[in-house]
Design a protein around this ligand. Structure first.
Ligand SMILES: Nc1ncnc2c1ncn2[C@@H]1O[C@H](COP(=O)(O)OP(=O)(O)O)[C@@H](O)[C@H]1O
Ligand SMILES: [Mg+2]
Length: 305
């Protein structure tokens, strides 16, 4: 029999952060509570299980404790890291960009290199297909859903632990050690997903400085600089050919993930403002249709990256 979920009140807790996905409260010196905006009990369980898998994979992260019910919402209790995010540290000390960018690259390499043997995590490609199911005949037509599925099929399944929102705002510097937070959406898959989310978070979002500041804590210039150092550390020496391939892949993968984001948001897509939705459907989707053949061809070279 399933245990009833513990109920908690946030009345006496301090709100320490408010993000896109929910709110973070401090419970005491040891624990925080992350309350999600819109999440079903099934999604909550999936996210909690994912967080546990990250710890088991020995990736440095905040430990997740238990799931709780908070009024009509749900949350996860995490270890409280009494420290600052890499984003805040970098914003306060831009002269440390080389060091912090390198540490981010090392952490990303460590994450992708984690042993995934016996880990029961969802595959990113399967998740991507479920996102397409969600938006087909709702936001996009059948033929575009077919195009998205064709792209997913061309992406190697991959065997890396993926964070899916890797940036300085989701890393805490705790006693000098870099620890991942916001780990409830981790999965297994090809690193290209994380590399593209990283690119979107730093270089693509740089076109919208307020959003960039809100997620990473960084200005466009600093985000770009840090991202370049992170990438250099991640890839080691990049030859010209690899660099061109990487750029080509980003050209296709960015619009792809921007369209897929509608599925990622699920129910929350209904709360998206008109302009953002139009940007996805009237700009990125047509862009993707246009690039279809070249993009799928480029995906064939992905293993060279
Ligand atoms: N384990 C933690 N310890 C201390 N602060 C945390 C912890 N987890 C999150 N926070 C704070 O809350 C902010 C948002 O948390 P995060 O999990 O990234 O939520 P979101 O999904 O909204 O981005 C972080 O940037 C950090 O300042
Ligand atoms: Mg976050």
């Amino acid at each position: 029999m399933e245990h009833a979920m513990k109920e908690m009140s946030i009345d006496d807790l301090d709100l320490i952060a408010q993000g896109g996905m929910g709110k973070i409260y401090r419970i005491n010196d040891e624990q925080i509570l992350k309350v999600f905006n819109n999440i079903t009990p099934e999604e909550l369980k999936k996210q909690k299980d994912s967080a546990v898998e990250v710890t088991k994979a020995m990736v440095p992260t905040a430990i997740s404790f238990e799931t709780v019910k908070v009024g009509d919402k749900f949350g996860i209790i995490y270890e409280f890291l009494n420290s600052t995010s890499a984003g805040k540290e970098l914003a306060d000390h831009p002269e440390r960009v080389q060091e912090i960018g390198e540490k981010m690259g090392t952490l990303l390499k460590e994450l992708h290199g984690a042993s995934m043997e016996g880990r029961s995590l969802e595959y990113m490609n399967d998740r991507a297909n479920s996102w397409i199911d969600r938006i087909e005949n709702k936001y996009i037509q059948e033929k575009d859903a077919r195009l998205l599925r064709e792209i997913v099929k061309a992406i190697p399944r991959g065997n890396c632990l993926l964070h899916c929102d890797f940036h300085e705002g989701n890393v805490m510097i705790h006693n000098g050690e870099y620890l991942l937070i916001d780990i409830d959406e981790v999965c297994i898959g090809h690193p290209i997903y994380d590399l593209t989310y990283h690119y979107i978070n730093h270089e693509f979002l740089a076109k919208s400085p307020e959003m960039l500041l809100q997620s990473t804590g960084l200005t466009p210039d600093l985000a770009k600089k840090s991202a370049q150092i992170t990438r250099k550390t991640y890839f080691g020496a990049i030859d010209k050919k690899t660099e061109i391939l990487y750029k080509d892949l980003m050209t296709g993968f960015v619009p792809f993930l921007m369209v897929m984001n509608l599925g990622r948001l699920g129910e929350k897509t209904e709360y998206m403002d008109k302009d953002s939705l139009s940007l996805v459907l009237d700009k990125f989707l047509p862009l993707l249709r246009l690039q279809r053949s070249k993009f799928i061809r480029d995906l064939g070279y992905l293993e060279r990256l």
